[in-house]
Design a protein around this ligand. Structure first.
Ligand code: SF4
Length: 698
């Protein structure tokens, strides 16, 4: 048995693992000892990696749909079909009639190739990926306040923090090794404060839990800042030396009282004052936040409100401090870094700057697109309007993961042509005209970047099944067929080296350098050859950081007589995103039943409902049949559903109201009604009718 060093493919923590390989198959995993993030441990998901990548139901050959059914095809036929369909779409609708959705699970090399294919071959900036629906407000919000949208500090900084503030993040469930580290910090004496509308496991274990009203984040953060300024607890020296625009924020907050904040958030005044005092007086406060901040129509402003609080108290730029967005997918940081966003090239070089366009045109030997690109949601809307005709989706399943699932399926059905690169026949792949079998992470070399900006090597451990190919190779072959020879790399390392040469944040990185330690954290360049565990020590990318006066924005849909409950989404520890990988593990699958709607016992008692009562939950966009699970994790009036289960796809209910800046849909809040099913009726399970495509019922 061989053990091949690699990185966990689930969440953005980026734990180090060893793939146990026997007779050409990954039969198990083990933690990497001495890994700086995971410290010789893995969570339940990490330990189950071998189930997730089992070749059992993998796609092994290209598929082409004819008369509504897939048939096997050769690579030659499939690639030719894709090339001609994309060219036809562009001849009919112009360069921007096509788009690429890349993948936060794929390697940096795959993502670099995806955005290069979009820009150099298709001549469009229509390239995006699922960061749009998790942390796009972190990218836009922190870009405005600091100039960089990534974690400012490292996971190891938790060990040096005196206070840990967690806002809208269910860390023990979703970033388990970080959650464990926070609890160890608390055990050695650090204070742990959790701000969350749900009583998460971490909230129950915290020293202070502020159980704010769902969606009142800006009101709460403004209220804490108002108390800090009123009492003179701000870090005046830091503000004077490092920040701009303090006076407008002070004036804006002067109109707020703690009583108003308490009324808006549901948090008693004494608790507000206590948290404001502790945070502002802490020698080192580490602030982490998650999608409970970002997945709102006010997502960018929510992130900027977090930034205001951190900056006003000078809790950044030192070990044990910082503003730290906990990224979701294993390589969502990397997909952003590689420029799989419509507005930036690799390393956040701005796509609308002529100098950047000229730089990449010279390097890639072809003119660059100048029109602004569409986000993934923008591409959905453009498809519905007939403006987007062909779409390439690499390893993502938007039909399950995007809001208002029916609308996404309608949009894809309206396209002239859809191609999916996939491991298995996902719900999105079922809608495609051509499906290409892709290699999984254990079948290729490359790099992933974790949430603390650490770029780490993964290595090929086993052969891909059948004729499955690596994403960057597929894109290179397609590029050649479409007349562009600049993507004919012969190795993942060659892709990485090209990217590093064009990206100042990565210019001193190489595979050899990454191999010497457990990866390197960007920026890694001539100034920081060993990488950068802590950002913003001397200055911000903007020079001086900016403070912004912000006003509370309520969720687009509040409860009313017709839809009296507030609905939110969450995750369970044992599953990952749409469950396409973790649900292959019988060990994980037995832990969490599917099709549950969590509700407070008081609400259930008021309506005479019991635990496991079969109900229909309905929003303005769709309905689901599920069973109730009574729990005081949620306050009365709020219900919640995890989003891992195809049996109960919660995105039939969620709202696509958007943050106007980042285009993040409001996945965390909408209004629903609940009606009990007749006695003895078993909830209808959409999985029972899996073979019926979702669009067939439209
Ligand atoms: Fe994998 Fe995340 Fe668990 Fe680490 S914490 S083992 S990266 S799922």
């Amino acid at each position: 048995m061989q053990v091949i060093p690699s990185i966990c493919t689930f969440c953005g923590v980026g734990c180090g693992l060893g793939l146990r390989v026997e007779r050409g198959r990954v039969i198990g995993v083990e933690p990497q000892s001495g890994h700086p993030v995971s410290q010789g441990q893995l969570c339940a998901k990490g330990w189950s990696t071998s189930f997730a990548i089992d070749p059992g139901n993998r796609l092994t050959e290209p598929l082409i749909k004819e008369h509504g059914k897939f048939r096997k095809a050769s690579w030659e036929e499939a690639l030719q079909r894709i090339a001609s369909e994309f060219r036809a779409a562009q001849q009919a609708g112009g360069a921007d009639a096509v788009g690429v959705i890349s993948c936060a699970r794929a390697t940096n090399e795959d993502n670099y190739a995806a955005q290069k294919f979009a820009r150099a071959v298709l001549k469009t900036n229509n390239v995006d990926h699922c960061a749009r629906i998790c942390h796009s407000p972190s990218v836009t919000g922190l870009a405005r306040t600091l100039g960089s949208g990534a974690m400012s500090n490292s996971v190891a900084d938790i060990d040096q923090a005196e206070l840990i503030l967690v806002i809208g993040a269910d860390v023990t469930e979703n970033h388990a090794m970080i959650g464990a580290r926070m609890l160890r910090a608390q055990a050695r004496g650090a204070r742990l404060i959790v701000i969350d509308p749900r009583k998460t496991r971490l909230a129950r274990l915290a020293d202070i839990h502020l159980q704010l009203r769902l969606g009142s984040n800006i009101a709460l953060l403004n209220g804490l800042l108002q108390i800090i300024f009123k009492n003179g607890w701000e870090n005046a020296a830091f503000l004077a030396e490092r920040c701009e625009d303090i006076t407008p924020l002070r004036q804006h907050l002067a109109a707020i009282t703690p009583e108003q904040t308490s009324a808006a958030t549901g948090i008693p005044v004494a608790e507000l004052i206590r948290v404001a005092e502790l945070f502002s007086h802490s020698p080192a406060a580490f602030t982490a936040y998650g999608m409970g901040i970002t997945q709102f129509q006010s997502g960018t402003n929510n992130v900027m409100a977090v930034s205001n609080l951190v900056l006003a108290c000078g809790q950044i730029g030192r070990p044990g401090t910082g503003v730290n967005p906990l990224r979701g997918q294993n390589n969502v940081q990397g997909a952003c870094d590689m420029g799989c966003l419509p507005n930036v090239y690799p390393g956040y070089q701005k796509a609308d700057e002529p100098a950047v366009q000229e730089k990449f045109a010279a390097a890639w030997h072809t003119p660059m697109p100048v029109t602004p690109g569409l986000t993934s949601m923008g591409m959905t809307q453009a498809a519905l309007q007939g403006d987007l005709r062909a779409l390439m989706i690499i390893g993502e399943d938007p039909v399950v993961t995007d809001p208002d699932q029916h609308q996404v399926a309608r949009a894809y059905a309206a396209l002239d042509f859809l191609v999916a690169f996939e491991l298995t026949l996902t719900e999105t792949a079922k809608l495609a005209d051509v499906v290409l079998p892709a290699a999984a992470f254990v079948e290729k070399d490359g790099t992933f970047t974790n949430c603390e900006r650490r770029v780490q090597r993964i290595r090929k451990a086993v052969a891909a099944p059948g004729s499955a190919r690596i994403d960057w190779q597929i894109l290179g072959e397609l590029a050649a067929r479409m007349g562009y020879a600049g993507m004919a790399w012969d190795s993942a390392e060659a892709v990485f080296d090209e990217m590093a040469a064009l990206t100042p944040l990565f210019s001193a990185m190489s595979y050899a350098g990454l191999d010497k330690a457990h990866g390197l954290q960007w920026p890694c360049n001539a100034e920081h050859p060993q990488g950068s565990p802590v950002l913003h020590a001397q200055s911000f990318p903007l020079g001086r950081a900016r403070l912004f006066p912000l006003t509370q924005v309520e969720p687009a849909e509040g409860p009313d007589a017709g839809y009296p409950f507030v609905f939110t989404t969450h995750r369970f520890h044992f599953h990952y995103n749409c469950g396409s990988m973790t649900r292959k593990s019988p060990l994980l699958e037995r832990e969490t039943p599917a099709g549950l709607l969590l509700i407070n016992p008081q609400d259930a008692a008021k309506h005479g409902w019991h635990d496991l009562q079969a109900v229909c939950v309905r929003s303005r966009r769709g309905s689901l049949e599920v069973r109730l699970q009574l729990t005081d994790d949620l306050p009365p009036g709020t219900v919640a559903m995890p989003y891992h289960f195809l049996e109960a796809p919660c995105n039939r209910l969620t709202n696509d109201a958007m943050d106007p800046i980042s285009k993040m849909p409001e996945l965390k809040a909408c209004a629903v009604a609940i009606e009990p099913l007749a006695a003895g009726v078993v909830p209808h399970n959409p999985r029972d009718a899996r073979e019926v495509p979702v669009y067939a019922s439209l």
